[in-house]
Write a protein that binds this ligand. Structure first.
Ligand code: NAP
Length: 245
């Protein structure tokens, strides 16, 4: 029997990351994933992946902490002995604020998590992914929409994710590693409430061309396609999953 491939998802305890973990498990991957602090939700996701027939490993690790990132990759190597793909999903918005209201501390926290954490994971992955390996970065449509009045700091961090996706795709192509991004639009998760806007999805859904928010599962479908051999000639792509937004 062919060995199952191993996927690492950052921020896989809840939301889009958890949907990726569950779908990957159902599609034949073994899955390791990290979470920041919500152990109960991570345990639920881990149990769901195991119920789908996968080996699964939940690890508490702050992606903004380089030592925790290094430890994560070491634990994946110890447990699975291989890593075939990485989904850089962990991300935070920071609080709602205009640029004038925002502090350097907000910018630093958001960039340390969304950009530097992702860079640290990519570096580690490039050392271990095989030819045929893949990285998918979870960016955002905010990178082009701009986040005005809500979270320019967050949108700018996702602009950095878009650009480094394009650049790294070119650097990693000779190694046979594909690097792509999905750019979700308005997705129904707990992220909006965490930013202090629990009504954001309901308020903004009518303005989406498809007149509804998307689900975490709909984003996960695009991620799994980009990881699959079906996307074997796709690299450096930024794939909107946004209902036209
Ligand atoms: P979410 O529901 O808030 O879930 C975030 C997940 O990431 C949680 O499992 C959380 O862990 C984990 N996490 C947060 N900070 C972390 C850190 N420093 N280190 C490790 N893990 C961390 O968010 P989501 O809506 O699923 O968002 C996932 C990704 O999609 C983010 O990159 C976000 O920017 C992007 N995105 C979301 C939307 C949207 O509308 N929801 C739209 C565009 C892009 P705990 O469970 O332990 O807290």
């Amino acid at each position: 029997m062919a060995q199952r491939k191993v996927l690492l998802v950052t921020g896989g305890g809840r939301g889009i990351g958890a949907a990726v973990v569950r779908l990957a498990a159902a599609r034949g991957w073994d899955v390791a994933f990290t979470y920041a602090g919500n152990a109960a939700r991570a345990a639920e996701t881990e149990a769901a992946a195991k119920a789908a027939g996968a080996q699964a490993l939940a690890l508490q690790a702050d992606v903004a902490d380089p030592q925790a990132v290094a430890a994560t990759f070491a634990q994946v190597k110890e447990r699975f002995g291989r890593l075939d793909a990485l989904v850089n999903n962990a991300g935070i918005t920071g609080p709602k604020s205009t640029l004038r209201e925002s502090t350097d501390a907000i910018w630093e926290t958001v960039f340390r998590t969304n950009v530097l954490g992702l860079v640290a994971c990519c570096r580690q992955a490039l050392d271990v992914l095989p030819q045929g390996g893949a990285i998918v970065n979870v960016s955002s449509r905010a990178s082009e929409l701009g986040g005005a009045g809500e979270w320019i700091h967050y949108a700018a961090s996702k602009g950095a994710v878009d650009t480094l996706t394009i650049g790294l795709a070119k650097e990693a192509a000779p190694q046979g590693i594909r690097v792509n991004a999905v750019n979700p639009g308005l997705i129904e998760t707990e992220l909006h409430a965490a930013a202090g806007m629990p009504d954001r999805v309901a308020r903004m859904s009518p303005g989406v061309p498809m007149a509804r928010a998307g689900s975490a599962e709909e984003v996960a479908e695009a991620v799994l396609w980009l990881l699959s051999d079906g996307a074997s000639y796709v690299t450096g792509a930024l794939v909107p999953v946004s209902g036209g937004r």
